[in-house]
Write a protein that binds this ligand. Structure first.
Ligand code: 5RP
Ligand code: CA
Ligand code: ZN
Length: 233
């Protein structure tokens, strides 16, 4: 698929791409960019023209190395002690579009002040890519030495095997990173429609991407190419 190839090359160059998951899932398009490449200007672009939640998706192996849990597991452990947590913890069947969310914890890099300005969020995200790469290379890393929680960047833990097990932008974006050969840590942010507050329609999102000279991909295209790519590894 030549479009997916273009998307992989754009991700490798640190450029923004757009991913629509599918009509049968969220039906949302996310801004997507490598965590290692994101700048404060990109954060501003995502929050102004995307308007959703700016999250950093990390490959499952990276989360295992760093020791990052799913938020639902963490909350389950606290459920007995905190009555409000008890039955708020996400259960299978709670979400209309998938069997579970990919949320992990929220963090700020220790060199940020409040954590929310564009430069603070870009720094936190760049450092997430950096510590992930160190961990992947076998360096001993202590996550809490560099980051504090809670913070202003939401982390997402990708499913093991990526699109084999889940097909959210969490997995789709990390699949692009793997194929691009970069650190499998990606930033995503949903596109909302300023005229009605809903998710931006696929056609409007596609038009927006074209207007900005960016690649627009659907989950199905990425899934197909990624499966072939895995089979060849
Ligand atoms: C975080 C989300 C977004 O939908 C984001 O695309 C990642 O989640 P998913 O993998 O479920 O699509 O919920 O704001
Ligand atoms: Ca979601
Ligand atoms: Zn999504």
């Amino acid at each position: 698929d030549p479009e997916v190839k273009k998307g992989v090359e754009a991700v490798e160059r640190g450029e923004m791409v757009f991913i629509f998951d599918s009509d049968s899932r969220e039906g949302e398009t996310d801004f997507v960019i490598a965590a290692s490449a994101i700048t404060p200007d990109d954060v501003r672009w995502m929050r102004r023209d995307g308007g959703g939640l700016i999250c950093t998706a990390l490959a499952d192996e990276v989360c295992t190395t760093l020791g990052l849990p799913f938020m639902a597991d963490l909350l389950s452990e606290g459920a007995g002690r905190w009555p409000a947590i008890g039955n708020t913890v996400e259960q299978t069947g709670d979400l209309a579009y998938d069997s579970r969310s990919s949320f992990s914890i929220w963090v700020n890099h220790r060199d940020t002040r409040t954590g929310i300005p564009d430069n603070d969020r870009a720094l936190t995200i760049n450092k997430l890519a950096e510590i992930s790469e160190k961990g992947r290379n076998g360096e001993a890393v202590v996550f809490g030495d560099e980051f504090r929680a809670p913070g202003h960047v939401a982390l997402l833990r990708a499913a093991e095997g990526l699109v084999e097990n889940r097909r959210g932008q969490t997995e789709l974006s990390v699949a692009l990173a793997e194929m691009a050969g970069i650190t499998p840590v990606m930033v995503v942010c949903e596109m909302l429609d300023d005229t009605n507050g809903k998710a931006l329609s696929k056609e409007d999102a596609r038009t927006y991407a074209q207007l900005h000279g960016c690649v627009f991909l659907e989950g199905g295209q990425i899934t197909e190419v990624y499966k072939e790519w895995v089979a060849q590894q």
